[in-house]
Design a protein around this ligand. Structure first.
Ligand code: TTP
Length: 696
């Protein structure tokens, strides 16, 4: 459900930039001979000439629509040029479109905070740039205004018969009696026109833009005049814009909530909401959504431009329409393998280029049951913690699929037994990786401290053993970053053994696809899904690192996961608990293993751990250095000195990987002001833990 965000009273200048017939433009740049000719991009699926996924404006003028298939388009317009989307692994390969989108983003980001909203859409917060322009070169002082700005569509600006439209726009831009907010908007118009020209010159792509005081209005405006034009929404025109806007066209109202507004309240246009009080809307839809609805009826939205140049998630999907539907687990596994391979490559690229990791793997599918009495039943989306490495991902995706299928089939599940014909078909499959976050730069992990700064490790050894987790000392501080951090951030499956039910209703899917990355072939067949965000991850060619990485990174996890199924929903809780306890008692957590394997040649300054190849030594070293049992603040300070790390730089999430018995203590350790109090209460501590460990 949408939620109202606080609205700042200051005037903001927000632009929404949307590329025109994007895939067609990318193909026309690749094949300049197609420029100016009716062109469309068709999906990778030859059935009836393939579905059109992007249609150039020349082709649109000749009656070609995105809903057509290639054969139909040829019948309507024999001279049309149909370009097939690039293909890799038997499915569409969108990398060239993603890269092209990234080129555009890097230009737009020059002028303000930039949020990549989809493969070809960007929000820009131009408030600061507009303020600067207003104070230095206000539009009213400009004699000459660029033609591109003068071609802007200003909503509500009347053009008398015979009047020169560009002169009218110029007059509007140079108004000296406008209030501060509207003057800022005029600056925004000039800035966006200039940016669009830069995009054209540097990439050869045209784009359209909406400019207003918030994201919601700018997004609506950018679609109003295409291609290669810009539309402005002054405050005075907001009501006019919204009163005739069909409720389902509004972002977040395309699904159930919009339908409910229509059926429950008889609201067909956004402006119809004005007749309801905020209280009334809250009674129907709850406090937050009620306020959000009240706000949007007035064109109010506090949503911030997020300052994100990279995608929020990665996804890979494929449709299997009609007779191509997948009907066996074997064929599902085959395609999940392809999808996971692509996803894994993109995650690796993201990690290498941007130092980002994803935490959640989600599987979506579209399915039918031959004996389905309820044909509207949806295949439940499933997610689980993401494990890096193609094989792991493939394994997890298949498990997610089977969990989803069991739920989907319900009482029909029995049909899955044996090799008998099973009455289901899969018409769409996708895997996506979400909860992507940065690995904070400069963040040092506990593991890294234990390794020390690696000054004593020879460079040749570092290069050779870059991915050898069995010897953590083989990482140099720089070289090891990404790999180390993956280990730290990737929890053991046994610790996170859950299958999450994700809402799979259309509305949530729609929302997801607007910010996430279901792949074209999947969503393009779903009429109610708009377009995905295949946002930026300038893909490099696959480095091949993963093949090293996979067995290493996931070695620890796989030992657990091969027995500890992530999908234990059917198993009694006590049994799961017993297994987990057993593993924990064995000291499985990966950090501990590193504690035990530290290479002396790469020790931390105090040699606290490095001198120790066994737990007794570790313990005695710690005790000798008063690292554990000291209870004064000064001793704590000493400890920090000895360990030579900056506790403020530690990523707290690494603590989750430590045994539960000592997690609290380590946390307390990292909070200097609380350390004194905590130290007095310590009974079971790190030293005790290692001491017990030794007995195992
Ligand atoms: P859109 O921005 O929706 O459309 P567009 O850029 O082709 O055309 P317009 O000028 O009207 O904005 O989508 C961007 C790209 O995403 C589009 O070029 C192709 C791809 N896409 C699909 O593959 N399938 C779809 O169903 C949609 C909507 C888009």
């Amino acid at each position: 459900m949408p939620v109202a965000k606080p609205v700042s009273s200051d005037g903001r200048v927000i632009a929404h930039i949307d590329m025109d017939c994007f895939y067609v433009q990318v193909e026309q740049r690749k094949h300049p001979e197609l420029r100016g000719l009716p062109t469309a991009v068709v999906q990778y699926n030859s059935w009836k000439g393939g579905a059109l996924i992007a249609v150039g404006y020349e082709a649109r003028a000749l009656g070609i629509k995105r809903s057509m298939r290639g054969e139909e388009a040829k019948a309507v317009c024999p001279q049309i040029h149909l370009v097939q989307v690039p293909v890799a692994r038997g499915k569409a390969d969108l990398n060239s479109y993603r890269e092209a989108g990234s080129e555009v983003v890097s230009i737009l980001a020059r002028m303000g905070r930039c949020e990549r909203a989809s493969i070809d859409e960007v929000y820009l917060d131009l408030t600061d740039a507009a303020e600067t322009m207003l104070s230095e070169t206000p539009p009213e002082s400009l004699e000459i205004i660029d033609d591109e700005a003068l071609k802007s569509h200003i909503l509500g600006l009347k053009h008398e018969d015979g009047s020169d439209m560009k002169e009218n726009v110029k007059g509007w831009l140079r108004r000296s009696d406008a209030d501060h907010r509207e003057k800022l908007l005029a600056c925004g118009v000039l800035i966006v026109a200039d940016l669009r020209m830069q995009v054209l010159q540097e990439t050869q792509f045209t784009c359209s833009a909406g400019i207003s005081h918030n994201k919601m209005l700018s997004k609506l405006a950018s679609a109003m005049n295409k291609p290669a034009q810009q539309t402005v929404v002054p405050c005075s025109s907001v009501q006019q814009l919204l009163e005739s806007l069909p409720i389902k066209k509004m972002k977040q109202l395309g699904g159930k909530l919009g339908s409910s507004l229509q059926s429950e309240l008889g609201v067909n246009f956004v402006g119809d909401l004005l007749q309801f009080s905020e209280q009334k809307l809250q009674e129907y839809y709850g406090i937050n959504t009620g306020t959000w609805l009240w706000n949007i009826a007035r064109g109010i939205s506090g949503e911030e431009v997020e300052g994100r140049l990279l995608t929020k998630s990665h996804g890979s999907g494929k449709t299997f329409p009609g007779p191509r539907a997948l009907k066996t687990l074997h064929s599902v596994q085959h395609w999940l393998n392809q999808l996971c391979e692509e996803l894994s490559e993109r995650l690796q690229t993201d990690l290498d280029q941007n130092r980002r990791i994803a935490r959640t793997l989600t599987l979506h599918a579209r399915a039918y049951m031959s004996s389905d009495s309820d044909s509207h039943k949806k295949f439940p989306s499933k997610s689980c913690p993401l494990r890096y490495g193609t094989t792991k991902m493939q394994e997890d995706a298949m498990n997610l699929f089977q969990a989803g299928l069991r739920e989907y089939l319900g009482p029909f599940e029995v049909k899955m037994q044996g090799n008998k014909k099973i009455g289901w078909g899969i018409t769409g499959l996708s895997v996506s990786a979400g909860k992507i976050s940065d690995i904070p730069s400069g963040t040092s992990s506990i593991m890294k401290y234990f390794q020390g700064h690696d000054r004593l490790c020879s460079p040749s050894k570092l290069a050779k053993e870059k991915f050898e987790l069995e010897d953590p000392c083989s990482f140099s501080e720089n070289e090891s970053n990404s790999t180390l951090d993956i280990i730290e951030h990737t929890k053991l499956p046994e610790e996170e053994a859950t299958v999450n039910n994700e809402s799979s209703d259309l509305e949530s899917m729609e929302h997801k696809t607007s910010t996430n990355s279901l792949e074209v072939p999947f969503y393009s067949s779903m009429s109610s899904l708009k377009k995905a965000d295949f946002s930026q991850e300038t893909p490099l060619s696959f480095s091949g690192r993963e093949s090293h990485l996979e067995p290493k990174l996931t070695e620890l996890q796989s030992k657990v996961s091969s027995k500890e199924s992530t999908f234990e929903s059917g198993r009694p809780a006590s049994e799961q608990q017993v297994k987990r306890n057993a593993l924990r008692d064995k000291g499985t957590p990966s950090l501990l293993r590193f504690f035990r394997r530290v290479d002396p040649s790469c020790s931390i300054q105090s040699q606290v751990l490095a001198q120790s190849s066994d737990d007794t030594n570790i313990r005695s070293s710690l005790e000798n250095n008063n690292s554990i049992h000291g209870d004064s603040l000064s001793e704590d300070v000493q400890r920090r000195e000895m360990w030579r790390y900056n506790v403020d730089e530690i990523d707290p999430s690494v603590i989750d990987e430590l045994p539960s018995e000592i997690q609290e203590e380590v946390r307390a350790w990292l909070r200097p002001q609380k350390r004194q109090a905590n130290s007095a209460r310590r009974s079971v501590g790190i030293a005790d833990y290692f001491s017990r460990n030794k007995k195992l």
